[in-house]
Design a protein around this ligand. Sequence first.
Ligand code: MTE
Length: 337
Amino acid sequence: MLIKLSKASDCKASDITPESFYLSRRALLGGSVAALAASALPCEVGAADISRYADVEAGAAPGWFSDKLATARWQAVTAPGEGITPYKDATHYNNFYEFGADKGDPAENAGSLKVQPWTVVVDGEVGKPGRYVLEDFVSPYQLEERIYRLRCVEAWSMVIPWLGFPLSAVLKQVEPTSKAKFIRFETLQDPSSMPGQRSNFALIDWPYVEGLRLDEAMNPLAILAVGMYGRELPNQNGAPLRLVVPWKYGFKSIKSIVRISLVAEQPRTTWQAIAPEEYGFYANVNPEVDHPRWTQARERRLPSGLFSPNVRTTQMFNGYAEEVAELYGGLDLRKNY
Ligand code: MTE
């Protein structure tokens, strides 16, 4: 982000599949529901069906994941009329600095990440702290498919069908104390499997850390994802557990989470610590507040290329204003970028 400026050569996704091919079924059926909190929407419960997405490689999902898929609510939230990004772009154009700084590095290098077994710690200002193996952590929750826009601060965007569960459900379960005001998330730190943590690319003070205000984290759109495109998360997309906060720039959606801490003070987050004048704690998608070095009024929707840049207007809160704007009443969004 700070280091790599987007350039035309970055966006050479040449194998473009017609957008119509990827339209979600609900969109094809002419559904008119806006992206809303899942509870308000119709849903399907059914067996796993990665065939609904073209070109998706079957993963090596653990048994618990397949069991969870059998009761998933498909298309619990959709992005009507928007084409889902081809799987190949979503899995080969990534930011995951633990595996390198180039967009193709995560797909190339993240195979070294061992995601089974995986432990998640919940601690800090909670009545019920715990240390869980991933399948126990996920066990109480029903998986939902949430088709969300993903807008990177670098001004590219995608539409991704995530599989996850509301972060709010986890928070209710662990019983935040009255002192809990923020959530701090931490990515695995393991230089032996994460080459980016061994390199001289030392701007990042590992581990990668992100955070949310407690009320933001309780918003129904904020999810913890364990899958995408009807299968488990590929390593390069943050396996086995990542945050997805669709109204914020992508860097808030921290990958490969090992610790979730409820805290009293606003946490020191990775990109804000590196360049506070460029990357704020809030990082809400806002077309009216430019990055100091480029406009945020527009975005390149992937796949995009030199001859079909696929540029579109960026929406306030990435199109989720109806669901989240009230979180920021009275806050100066120019100062709190
Ligand atoms: N999480 C960790 N641990 N490390 C990272 O480098 N990059 C962030 C975010 N989460 C990042 C991370 C950024 S800048 C973006 S845009 C999104 O992941 C990209 O998610 P994707 O590669 O699945 O599209």
